[in-house]
Unconditional design. Structure first.
Length: 222
């Protein structure tokens, strides 16, 4: 029997990538679901999936560990998802301005090996009325100005979309899809009562969305 070619995939992001909160069974976390889907579809490959998500990380904090948690893994693919923790009003020193975010994304691109391909995942919807910051009176004036927590995250999402377009990276617009599905089936089907983290159904949607993108890329590679 011929040895299977190994394909290494790194999920690089925050708590959405880590997927620990509210999902105690590892098999129900989206990166593990993704690995199972890929293994069933592409039996000629052996898939190694590395979860390099750390809850609470801003883009600055994530990029500080890029060499160890991404580059050192020599991945064939990186699933890049972050931006939701860039505006932490409770910790002003952690806030990542938009221009710095653009610079951090460029540093990410420069640090990639030539073989590594990237898939961009947009940060999911934030349910303002359920999120702890949305309930905090100290932040009320700020969010009245910005239109809310989810609206505050949108400029970071848009930068990731622009970054993907500039570099030819495919995008899975998870934010857009989850908003639409939430309107159809109820937002709490996919988002936990903390207003941000994913339920089991949310993890399944994320896994399926990324799987479709990767399936197309692997078929093209042949």
């Amino acid at each position: 029997m011929l040895n299977k070619r190994n394909i290494t995939i790194v999920g690089f992001g925050d708590s959405i990538t880590e997927a620990v909160i509210g999902v105690p069974d590892e098999n129900n976390r989206w990166l593990n679901i993704l690995r199972e889907k890929l293994s069933a579809e592409f039996k000629q490959y052996e898939f190694t999936v590395v979860n390099s998500g750390i809850g609470g990380n801003s883009a600055r904090e994530a990029m500080a560990r890029f060499e160890k948690d991404v580059a050192a893994k020599q991945p064939d693919f990186v699933i890049l998802e972050f931006g939701g923790n860039n505006e932490d009003l409770a910790n002003p020193g952690r806030i990542v301005p938009l221009e710095e975010f653009k610079t951090l994304l460029d540093l990410y691109r420069q640090g990639l090996a030539a073989k590594t391909k990237t898939i961009i995942v947009t940060f999911p919807p934030v349910l303002d009325d359920l999120h702890a910051y949305g309930k905090n009176p100290a932040f009320k004036a700020h969010y009245q100005q910005t239109g809310g927590i989810d609206k505050s995250v949108e400029p970071y999402r848009e930068i990731t979309r622009e970054f993907a377009s500039k570099n030819g990276f495919p995008v899975y617009d998870f934010h857009k899809e989850l908003l639409a599905l939430g309107q159809l089936n109820g937002r709490m089907t996919y988002t936990m009562t903390d207003g941000i983290h994913l339920t089991g159904h949310g993890n399944e949607i994320l896994a399926q969305g990324v799987f479709k993108v990767l399936k197309n890329m692997l078929q093209i590679e042949g």
